[in-house]
Design a protein around this ligand. Structure first.
Ligand SMILES: [Zn+2]
Length: 285
């Protein structure tokens, strides 16, 4: 008996079924663009965190403040982790953000937090690369489909230790911030938002690909903190991710994170999102 799988007679008909966007995204909590635009007009710089090449750093953003991730010196990709500053179990939920928005995020999209809180952690309020859209290869910028480069996958593929993958960089930065052993805190490191990274899935085999980022010094992506945030950003060893990663072969550049504060009166109408309203009984009474 052959194990060849034969397409059924109605294969084409089944394939022709019209796709349906999974979620009724129009029902998401409203993004009040007028509020964010007004708040942006009164921003003052509070501090700048420097992220060294092939390394990571942490930063804290009080709720109601903005943060900007900026390209400086050269084209460089960053791997971003975000937590509720007061409860690290609430962290950025890359998969749900992708399902609610798209494979790549830009102005007007939000970064959603993990279950059970599942609420907006940050709103993207400006993106100098929003002109890029999706190119002829199907690639876009600011990816929420890939995850961080990590030393475990690298070891599996190459059989060697490399200590400056984004996962390790983020782990060391968080260990320093929390003053705890790196093996303990690495469990808090989660799937990232790949800031400035240009990626997609190949059109024929649907494999994850990367290409040189269009980011240039002066470009930035800006977020509004919807809660007190702890962030960690790694300047990926892949540099602009145009050739390799998980090694020291590619030129790498620093990234800056600016924390900016709007005028107090602007925030009078702003309300923090409550934790998700689901009862959490999961059907057990
Ligand atoms: Zn990386």
């Amino acid at each position: 008996m052959s194990d060849r799988v034969i397409a059924p007679a109605d294969a084409d008909e089944r394939r022709a079924i019209k796709p349906l966007v999974c979620y009724e995204v129009d029902s998401l909590p409203n993004v009040d663009s007028a509020f964010y635009e007004q708040a942006r007009e009164s921003l003052t710089l509070v501090s700048t965190t420097v992220v060294a090449p092939r390394d990571a750093n942490t930063f804290v953003v009080p709720e109601g403040h903005f943060f900007r991730i900026k390209s400086v010196e050269g084209s460089q990709v960053g791997d971003l982790n975000l937590w509720n500053q007061h409860d690290l179990s609430e962290r950025f939920f890359s998969g749900k953000t992708r399902q609610l928005h798209a494979t790549h995020v830009t102005r007007g999209d939000r970064l959603w937090s993990s279950i059970p809180s599942l609420r907006a952690m940050a709103t993207i309020t400006h993106d100098t690369l929003e002109w890029y859209g999706y190119d002829q290869h199907g690639a876009g910028v600011h990816d929420v489909i890939g995850t961080r480069c990590d030393p475990y996958t690298n070891y599996m593929l190459k059989g060697e230790d490399y200590h400056h993958c984004c996962h390790s960089n983020l782990s060391r930065a968080l260990a320093t911030y929390l003053n705890k052993p790196v093996q303990e805190v690495e469990l808090h490191i989660h799937d990232v938002m790949n800031v400035f990274m240009c990626t997609g899935f190949t059109l024929d085999t649907h494999q994850y690909f990367m290409k040189a980022s269009p980011v240039r010094p002066g470009d930035y992506i800006e977020f509004f903190a919807e809660m007190d945030l702890l962030g960690a950003l790694s300047a990926c060893p892949g540099g602009n991710c145009g050739s390799s990663h998980s090694d020291d072969a590619t030129p790498c550049y620093p990234l800056h994170v600016d924390i900016l504060k709007p005028a107090d009166e602007v925030l009078s109408s702003w309300k923090k999102a409550p934790a998700n309203g689901y009862s959490r009984t999961h059907g057990i009474s």
